[in-house]
Design a protein around this ligand. Sequence first.
Ligand code: SF4
Length: 361
Amino acid sequence: MSIINKQQAREVGAQLGETFRQLKLTRSVALMEVCGTHTHALFRSGIRSLLPPEIRLISGPGCPVCVTPPGYVDLAQEIASYSDVIITTFGDMMRVPGSKGSLLESQANGADIRIVYSPLDVLEIARSNPAKKIIFLAVGFETTVPTVAATIERAATQGLANLTFLTAHKVVPNALRALLNDPEISLDGFLLPGHVSTVTGFGLFSFLREEYHIPAVVAGFEPVEMLAALIKLSTLAANKQPLLVNVYGGLVTEEGNIRAQALVEKVFTLADVTWRGIGTIPGSGLVLKPEYSNFDARLVFGLEESQNAGPAGCLCGEILKGKKIPPDCSLFKTVCNPEKPVGPCMVSSEGTCGAYYKYHN
Ligand code: SF4
């Protein structure tokens, strides 16, 4: 893989931007960038401003913290209130509001909640605190799950009996099916996440072409990569060519990472799970297999999520489906901002409201 410097990248970006302007689109197209990392990168790089008016970019449900149902935060907070517990989590979850505040507030009130940078970090925390019950908040898409599966495998091998996982893992394909089956949502193409595809393989998304006759392009996250992908996708969409194209170079293969997939399949199984604002989608999540049930925090603590509808007035659910954009929310910038977020879409580094707040005038 060749590396280009910033000046070269700027020049290539300018050329691609010009290419965009010169695209002779035969009709306007609605393209969904599935992944929240793409949403932020597209804003940050200024690519949105390069797009001709015929191309409408719609942000999708690919923010794991955002799609985690509100009751999950409540459940994590309840477990965190137990005196013999240490909650471990990625930083993104800390400020997500539940019905009784956030985990950050629980931490300020004395709960032992620790941010980790890899699920594997929790192994050492469990070993060092044998008198405590350690719970990892396992939230994330296909990209995150293999490391969580590896952590559970190691915990099993090491006989760590004080470590459990509060899982809320989601997988992308059936969420896209749910959007495409919704008569109120009209999309002409998908910009697919390169990192998810690295694990799953881009072949997993062939149903978009075969079942829905809609084009999709797998893209990386560098500006040049996203521009190249959008040029390809908008051309396919405008010409109604339902192709699945990978422009993420050699990093993504059709089969994906077979070892990672095997590890995930050993520990997890597909299940119907609830997405914030979207509802229950068949086969859209991963839960622990029965042979790993001793690592399932819900079973160990005998608890289930409450049916929490989420903060009043928050349109995160509609935004995750691409039906609304953040400025449609009456709380956007008035009551809800990154300092005092009302919903997760404002908190997460992959949230659409956070991206609009930061980059959209
Ligand atoms: Fe929810 Fe805040 Fe976004 Fe409105 S602006 S949808 S309240 S996160």
